[in-house]
Design a binder for this molecule. Structure first.
Ligand code: SF4
Ligand code: SF4
Length: 185
């Protein structure tokens, strides 16, 4: 039968010599290869002490955004839920009451907002669909867990810290990523 490649080798069937039967040269050769790797640069990193820099287009855990005054941007329009190919987003809208202008930027807000991270494929379409810069995918991983329920992220898990009460947490949550929407109003 004709070989598909030229990589075929003929097997040498001649009996082993005494030195070959002792295996010592082969063991020494193997140890030399092993020791030579001690002085090579390690390709692995010691996570979590060491972390690789993220790609500029990395899409991690979602963040529900606030404006600089600490008001929630989301107006519960539902565009992110419609754009989501995994049907991972659900929400319930509510009317802003008089006196709540400092909490919600728009007259309507998301009283309940949930993302099922087990369904999410981190495509970023929700971020692109949002006309209010209210949601973006951050540089944070979704933490591992042992229960399915813990992967349903509600508002308390998604909402960015209030810049008025926790400016450090707000800046940290924002990270280097900027929302992609061109129209923030
Ligand atoms: S990143 Fe994609 S899959 Fe995940 S919630 Fe947003 S639109 Fe849905
Ligand atoms: S996150 Fe954006 S697209 Fe989704 S409901 Fe809120 S305002 Fe609308």
């Amino acid at each position: 039968m004709q070989a598909l490649t030229k990589r075929a080798r003929t097997v040498n069937k001649k009996p082993m010599t005494l030195m070959e039967r002792l295996y010592l040269p082969s063991i020494a050769k193997g140890m030399a290869i092993t020791f030579s790797h001690i002085f090579k640069k390690q390709p692995t990193i010691r996570y979590p002490e060491q972390k690789r820099p993220f790609s500029p287009v990395f899409r991690g855990l979602h963040v529900l955004n606030r404006d600089a005054e600490g008001r929630e941007n989301c107006t519960a329009c539902g565009l992110c839920a419609v754009a989501c190919p995994a049907e991972a987003i659900t929400m319930e809208a509510a009317e802003r009451l008089p006196g709540e202008e400092n909490k919600y930027r728009e007259e309507k807000y998301a009283a309940k907002y949930e993302i099922n991270m087990l369904r999410c494929i981190f495509c970023g379409l929700c971020e692109e669909a949002c006309p209010k810069d209210a949601i973006y995918l951050s540089e944070t991983f979704t933490p591992a867990s042992f229960t399915r329920e813990s992967f349903i992220y509600g508002k308390k898990d998604l909402l960015i810290p209030d810049p008025n009460t926790d400016p450090e947490g707000y800046e940290k949550a924002r990270g280097e990523r900027q929302p992609t929407t061109a129209n923030p109003n």
